[in-house]
Design a protein around this ligand. Structure first.
Ligand code: CTP
Length: 412
């Protein structure tokens, strides 16, 4: 399942016999949809070759400072990473990380990155139990580093005890779990995504360039945040995110019909679909023939899904998207008010941004506030959008509850 779809994982491999398991770890993380870049310490190469990791990750491998081709690769990798997983982490690496050293590439990347750090220790049981190692681990834990394992059992040195690196599948699960925030736990979320198709005749339609990537990323992020998510999607070439219920539709009208009953039961509605604004007034019942010559197409407004949901008597918290070419802040606030929604996620459309791109930037606006999400991958933007949506949703709930309390008290 694609539980790590769109995620960027740096895997740090240190010099340990457990390094052979890291090859499988890289393979499994990729199979789960992640992009993986491997950074080896110089001694890791004595156990597993860089080419193994290069082939399995499909990316270059960094091992020595001389591999830092731009002189800034370590900073770029630090920024690129959504998570850093050091596996195996030797006793020496645990000590270096605790000290915050940057005298090799892996140390520098860990120090320069704001991404959460996970480590999977692998060492002799006496080294693991040594007070020095335990003190170093305590320091790392205190800084929020997630220590995965180790497992107990027979060791390569013949001793028995704690210090075996966790199995690759368990480590991939730790990565998946590290993205689960729970900020939407217990809530129902409905997301629309992709384009719609408005029939001209049985074989032709009006549509647009929406890839659905943003809506699918938002649905995945809402699921990661613990929500029960339904995705109502127009035709796209994307696999549905794991754990998300999918309803496929074609036209704006079908999208509205599928969405309204779901929206009545949900807490948050996010309209990321690029729904057609117009549709042919009278689609032909049979194929229009070329021989009939030039013709003009009469259009009428298509169903407005977002407006339909926002007008429900017990409307959920509604978030709309807006693609604008100028004056983003004012246009976004105007659209929020005219559509009667709680939040608008607006972006400027232009070359390399918006449709069909993996990157975007967003301005989130709500009544009395806004926040700017700078250019980033759609996956990361979706996570930040969901975090902000969760905050605004809770703020609206709190206001509603205090109004209700006030009304009850004043009618006593
Ligand atoms: N939307 C919708 N149904 C439509 C059109 C739009 O649900 N028929 C939703 C989109 O999913 C998006 C928001 O409305 O969340 C804004 O869409 P946009 O096309 O930018 O707004 P319009 O009202 O069509 O205004 P404009 O004149 O700027 O195109």
């Amino acid at each position: 399942m694609n539980f790590l779809s769109g995620k960027h994982i740096v895997v740090g491999v240190c010099g340990s016999i457990a390094g052979y398991k890291s090859a499988e770890l890289v393979r499994l993380a990729r199979a789960a949809g992640a992009r993986v870049r491997v950074v080896m310490t110089p001694s890791a190469g004595e156990f597993v070759g860089a080419r193994t990791f290069q082939a399995l990750s499909g990316e270059p491998v960094w091992q020595h400072w001389s591999d830092d081709r731009s002189g800034m690769d370590h900073i770029e990798l630090a920024r690129w990473a959504d998570r850093i997983l050091v596996a195996p982490a030797t006793a020496d690496r645990v000590a270096r990380l605790a000290e915050g050293r940057a005298d090799d590439l892996l140390g520098a990347i860990c120090l320069a990155s704001q991404a959460p750090l996970l480590i999977a220790p692998a060492m002799n049981q006496a080294m693991w139990q040594h007070p020095a190692t335990q003190e170093n681990l305590a320091r790392l834990r205190q800084r929020g580093v997630h220590i995965c394992g180790p497992a107990e059992g027979e060791q390569a040195c013949g001793e028995v005890g704690p210090g075996r690196m966790l199995e690759p599948a368990t480590l991939v699960q730790s990565l998946v779990d590290s993205f689960r925030s729970g900020v939407l736990a217990g809530l129902k979320v409905v997301v629309t995504a992709g384009p719609t198709r408005e029939a001209i005749d049985p074989v032709r339609y009006l549509s647009n360039r929406s890839s659905g990537k943003m809506g699918y990323a938002v649905a995945a992020a809402a699921r990661e945040a613990g929500a029960e998510v339904t995705l109502v999607s127009g035709p796209v070439a994307l696999a549905p995110p794991p754990g998300v219920a999918l309803r496929r539709v074609e036209s704006a009208e079908e999208m509205l019909a599928a969405t309204l009953p779901l929206a009545r039961e949900c807490d948050i509605f996010i309209a990321a679909a690029a729904v057609a604004d117009f549709r042919p007034s009278t689609p032909a019942a049979s194929k229009l023939k070329r021989q009939a010559g030039g013709r003009s197409l009469a259009l009428e407004p298509a169903a407005d899904v977002l407006a339909g949901v926002a007008a429900l008597p017990q409307a959920p918290f509604c978030i709309g998207f807006a693609a604008e070419t100028d004056d983003l802040e004012r246009q976004a606030q105007m659209k929020r008010i005219s559509k009667g929604v709680d939040m608008i996620a607006a972006n400027l459309v232009g070359p390399g941004l918006g449709f069909d791109s993996d990157e975007n930037s967003l301005l989130l606006v709500w009544e009395g506030g806004q926040t700017r999400l700078e250019k980033d991958t759609k996956t990361r933007l979706a996570t930040r959008l969901i975090e902000c949506a969760a905050q605004r949703f809770r703020a609206r709930q709190a206001t509603k509850e205090s109004h209700a309390k006030h009304t009850t008290e004043s009618t006593r």
